[in-house]
Each structure stands twice: as C-alpha cells, then as structure tokens.
Design a protein around this ligand. Structure first.
Ligand code: RAM
Length: 354
C-alpha cells in the first residue's frame, strides 16, 4: 500500500498526520509495506535540494509514530527538500532490504534506519553508500561497518541498568524474573539484554534474582500478549517481567491487568506514557522508563544533514547542531546519544503526552 501525506508544522502535527495517514490509501503496491512522504521530490544532492528517507523497524508501532513525528520536524528544520517514511509492517530480519534498494534507485541522499538485524541490511546499505547516500542508524544499530553514525536514545548499558534497578525494587530484590523482548534479531534489544544478563551475574545486589526465561513477542501486540500469558503458566513462581519494548510492555500490562497476577507480578521496562497510563492508574504497573522518542528522530535528521553537507563524516569528536536540542557530539563507535531517560510512575505520568 502507498500512504502519502503533505508536510506538517510542528512535532505534534507531524504525529497527527502520521496517525491519520493510514486513511489516505492512494494506491496499492502489495508486499505488506507502506510509504509516507512530505514536500517535493528530488534526486539531486545540492545542499538545498537533498532528500531524506526514514526506514523504521516496522510501521504500525505507536513508538515509531512518535519517533517519526520528531524526524519529520527535524528534516524540515534542518533544510531537507523532502522527507519520506517507508518500511515493512513486520520487524523480521530481511524485511527492510527491498526498501533500502528502492531508495538507492531513487538517489535518496540520506537513509535513516532502525535495523531489524545488524547484518541482514548490510549489502543493501553498502550499495546505497556506493551510490552516494549517507546512512544514519537510529533506535536499533546496524553493524557499524554499514553506517556513518548511530543515533542512540541513551547509552545501552544505562538502559539495561535502569530496568534492573526498577524490577529489583519492585520485587524486593529477590525471586524469578523473565524478559519479554521484541524480535530475537533486534540489535537494540539484544544489547540491552546482554548488559542485563552480565549485571545479574556480576552485581551482588542481584544475587537473589534469577532470570528464568527470555521470550519474544516480535513487537506484535497479540503475540506479546500470548507470550506474557505463557510465561505465567510456565513459571508459577515468577515475581516480575521486564519488557524493554513499548509494544511488549503494553501487551503484558493488558494481560496482567485482568488476570489473577495483577499487583502480584511486577512489570517494568520501556513504555510510552500514553499507553501505560491506565495500567499505572489501576495498579498493574508501578514504574517504568523511556526517553523522549521524538528527540531520537529529530537528532537523526540533523545528523543526516550534517553528513550530507559534508560538515561531518561521523568520526569520534565530530559535532553538529541539532536545532532546538543544541550541539551534539559523535562519541566512541560513531554513537550520538540523545537521552536522558525518564522514569514514569503515578506521581508524574500525567505530566507527559507521548
Ligand atoms: C519498541 C521497539 C523499539 C524500542 C522501543 C523502546 O517500540 O522495539 O526499537 O526502542 O520499543
């Protein structure tokens, strides 16, 4: 399917446009995919005439919608002539390859991608680069060989540590826990899980916590709900679940909220305040974390412009202006941090609207 919407003003308007664009189905191209765009089309690369395309892990994910709202604002403010969003409806490893190839054909100047698999996208990204495109990874990194830089929400280890601190507090530092992740190949999820496992092994504060299972809801609401249900059946002594994905935590909360485990089995992880609000209010969830997703897309767009203009190459120490968010520096490994994360609970959740 092909979705198109016109340009937007302001981040909230962009988000609204993304949300309503599903109604504007203009033509069908099959393959379970969609594209959205704004502004004029352009294939040339002079500074005022550059194009940027965002390829998220999957469309149909409320988190992605917020990220892309920020991305479209950033693209406009940074001075791109047009911005597009294309991507698969599922987050499987190779689902993004055909979209990358299409952007190479079009001569898109900057591709911003959240990789469903660090290596499956590699050959296609190499071709895009050979044709002159700059590659910005965001949200979920590619293998570093295939991109110019990676815009990361928060340092990956810190994302892991926050979630462990939260679950430990919520289960009194003791008992069985499980992780309900997105897809088994997602770079960001796997890095966070690796740091959590290392910390559980090495930190004496967590000596009495046992990670008994890792399951994958594939960022699909129904599958995540079923995986949550399955965990409670398989592990009757389970004390807590960490879900480092907005889709997983919302589905798990929905399951717990009407089950006998509500208020007894703790749930934390990374969630959107707007999705989690009812579950915080009804006592299913005490506290969870996230950064501002719109900032991720916003910074990625400015990074793409600085690369396309030749102002930076993505080397450690490079700096660029990211509009209202100010100067950003490329750190070790070509990583630009956005942060900081916020913890949401009954006291502050009404202060946030994303
Ligand atoms: C999900 C996705 C995304 C992740 C967020 C927190 O929507 O898996 O990649 O960063 O949650």
């Amino acid at each position: 399917m092909r979705f198109i919407h016109s340009g937007s003003t302001g981040r909230r308007a962009a988000f609204a446009a993304l949300a309503t664009s599903a109604a504007l189905i203009l033509s069908a191209c099959g393959g379970g995919a969609a594209t959205e765009g704004s502004g004029s089309e352009s294939g040339s690369g002079s500074e005022g005439d550059q194009t940027i395309t965002f390829i998220p892990k999957q469309l149909n994910n409320p988190y992605t919608d917020v990220v892309l709202g920020g991305g479209e604002d950033g693209a406009k403010e940074a001075g791109f002539a047009s911005s597009e969003v294309v991507g698969p409806l599922d987050a499987s490893a190779s689902s993004q390859v055909s979209f990358i190839n299409a952007e190479t054909q079009r001569g898109t100047n900057v591709i911003v991608i959240a990789a469903n698999d660090p290596d499956a996208v590699g050959p296609a990204l190499e071709e895009a680069r050979a044709a002159g495109a700059k590659i910005v990874a965001f949200d979920s990194d590619t293998n570093p060989d295939y991109r110019d830089l990676f815009v990361s929400q928060v340092n990956a280890k810190d994302v892991a540590l926050i979630q462990l601190e939260l679950i430990s507090e919520q289960i009194g530092g003791k008992g069985e826990i499980a992780i309900l992740s997105a897809t088994a190949n997602a770079t960001n999820q796997n890095e966070w899980i690796k740091f959590m496992e290392e910390e559980l092994e090495s930190n004496p504060d967590y000596a009495d916590i046992e990670l008994v299972a890792k399951v994958y809801g594939d960022d699909d609401d129904t599958k995540s709900f079923q995986e949550a249900q399955g965990l409670l059946q398989a592990y009757p002594d389970l004390k807590g679940i960490i879900s480092p994905t907005t889709v997983g935590i919302a589905a798990t909360a929905r399951y717990l909220s009407t089950s006998e485990y509500k208020g007894k089995v703790a749930l934390t992880g990374l969630g959107l305040p707007n999705e989690m609000r009812p579950f915080v209010k009804d006592g299913t969830v005490t506290e969870f974390a996230l950064w501002d997703p719109a900032q991720l897309g916003y910074v990625a767009a400015f990074a793409g412009k600085a690369l396309a203009d030749g102002d930076i190459t993505g080397e450690t120490g490079d700096t660029f202006e990211a509009g209202e968010l100010g100067e950003r520096e490329v750190g070790d490994g070509g990583i630009v941090l956005v942060g900081p994360p916020t913890q949401f609970n009954a006291d502050n959740i009404d202060d946030y609207d994303f």
